[in-house]
Design a protein around this ligand. Structure first.
Ligand code: ZN
Length: 247
């Protein structure tokens, strides 16, 4: 038996017991009505918009900015492992996915793989599942963990775009079963887009396996100055284009 799975299951049981014993604070305001009080849920930005174009990335859509309240709630899910936030954040991501027009029974949502865990595990895979359920289930598509790490991934925090791109090249590979979805529209899912290095590499690998990547959806978009000034093919140097909120 895989010992890692056993330990993970035991950890899950212990975490569930711990949550039963302690009151769940709100991830947004630390108030008593956790995991996310009505006031904080309503404050999350839910206006799907196209992100500023990133070099080598497909079209990316986000639900809100990666700062303030939106960032705090996402980090509670991502870094503190608060699984209770999966449903409200999944619902937020579902709005983005639906707004893109890519939703459909043949669409395949591919989560960016978790570092050091099996494909299909981790917060992004959970978000993709929750988003799909909120978007209509099988009518909206399906999720498939078609990417995995092939190299240990150095952390991206604090690096510029060029370093992030270099860091990401070659870290992913497509799983063998990816060939089964050739011809289907593929949408890459992640929680945050910053420079776009991760989405660019995921798209490169999936496209290299013969898949048709139509775009990517994320919860939060981080706007760093270097993103707005790096020129690339099809992207004019200068100020960012105005956001295009979904109707
Ligand atoms: Zn709150």
């Amino acid at each position: 038996m895989d010992l890692r799975r056993v330990f993970r299951a035991l950890f899950g049981v212990a975490a569930a017991l711990f949550e039963l014993l302690l009151p769940h604070r709100c991830a947004g305001c630390s108030g008593p009505d956790g995991p996310l009080c009505t006031w904080c849920r309503d404050r999350l930005d839910r206006r799907p918009r196209r992100c500023v174009p990133r070099p080598r990335c497909p079209q990316v859509w986000a639900a809100g900015p990666h700062d303030g309240h939106d960032r705090r709630v996402l980090l509670a899910h991502k870094e503190e492992g608060d699984d209770a936030l999966r449903a409200p954040l999944g619902e937020r991501l579902a709005r983005v996915y639906t707004a893109t027009g890519w939703s459909g029974p043949h669409t395949v949502l591919v989560p960016v793989p978790p570092r050091g865990r099996l494909p299909g595990e981790g917060p992004v895979a959970g978000l993709a599942e929750a988003a799909l359920a909120a978007a209509g289930g099988a009518r909206a598509g399906r999720t498939a963990p078609l990417l995995r790490y092939r190299l240990p991934a150095p952390r991206q925090v604090g690096l510029g775009r060029r370093e992030r791109l270099r860091n990401r090249v070659g870290v992913f590979e497509a799983v063998p079963s990816a060939v089964r979805v050739r011809g289907s529209p593929v949408v890459v899912v992640d929680d945050v887009v910053t420079t776009g290095a991760t989405l660019a590499e995921a798209t490169r690998v999936l496209s290299g396996a013969g898949l048709r990547v139509v775009g990517a959806v994320v919860l939060n978009e981080s706007r760093r100055r270097e993103i707005r000034t790096v020129p690339h093919e099809g992207f004019t140097r200068g100020p960012p284009r105005a956001e295009s909120p979904c109707p």
